[in-house]
Design a protein around this ligand. Structure first.
Ligand code: HEC
Length: 115
């Protein structure tokens, strides 16, 4: 009987361990995708300047886009617009991953509250 408890204990801690790994992964999806795909245009630099892409962290660049709201921006990037490649070029990315990348941009671009 005792051995059964030990086995259950080990199994459940494995499951909990795997779970927290997944949760952490979920939070990082946006950052990983951003760094891999979106950063080439959205962190300024030469390509950012060439394309005129709004720069992450720059509220003034993003304000007009953020005003549309997350669902509209997500739709634009997933389906592409005249000025934006579908999924920023990451065609095998899921819509959820794209949304996570936009949320990541938003989390890093907050309006400074002027005192
Ligand atoms: C080839 C350069 C390039 C890449 C790569 C790129 N973007 Fe963009 N992005 C742009 C440009 C240029 C604009 C401004 C578009 C406009 O003026 O309509 C823009 C605008 C946006 C907007 C606002 C657009 C709207 O109409 O709502 C979002 C959100 C966005 N990008 C997210 C992303 C995400 C997420 C990725 C990575 C998956 C990405 N971009 C990759 C160039 C790029």
């Amino acid at each position: 009987m005792k051995i059964l408890f030990v086995v259950i204990f080990i199994l459940s801690s494995l499951i909990i361990g795997a779970n927290s790994f997944l949760v952490q992964d979920e939070e990082n999806i946006g950052k990983i995708l951003f760094d891999k795909t979106c950063s080439s245009c959205h962190t300024g630099g030469f390509k950012g300047w060439m394309t005129g892409a709004p720069k992450m962290g720059d509220w003034d660049d993003w304000e007009v886009f953020f005003e549309q709201g997350l669902p509209v921006m997500t739709k634009h990037i997933n389906e592409g617009t005249k000025r934006h490649e579908i999924k920023g070029g990451c065609t095998d990315c899921t819509e959820k991953q794209i949304k996570a990348a936009i949320e990541y941009i938003m989390s890093k671009t907050k309006k400074e509250i002027k005192k």
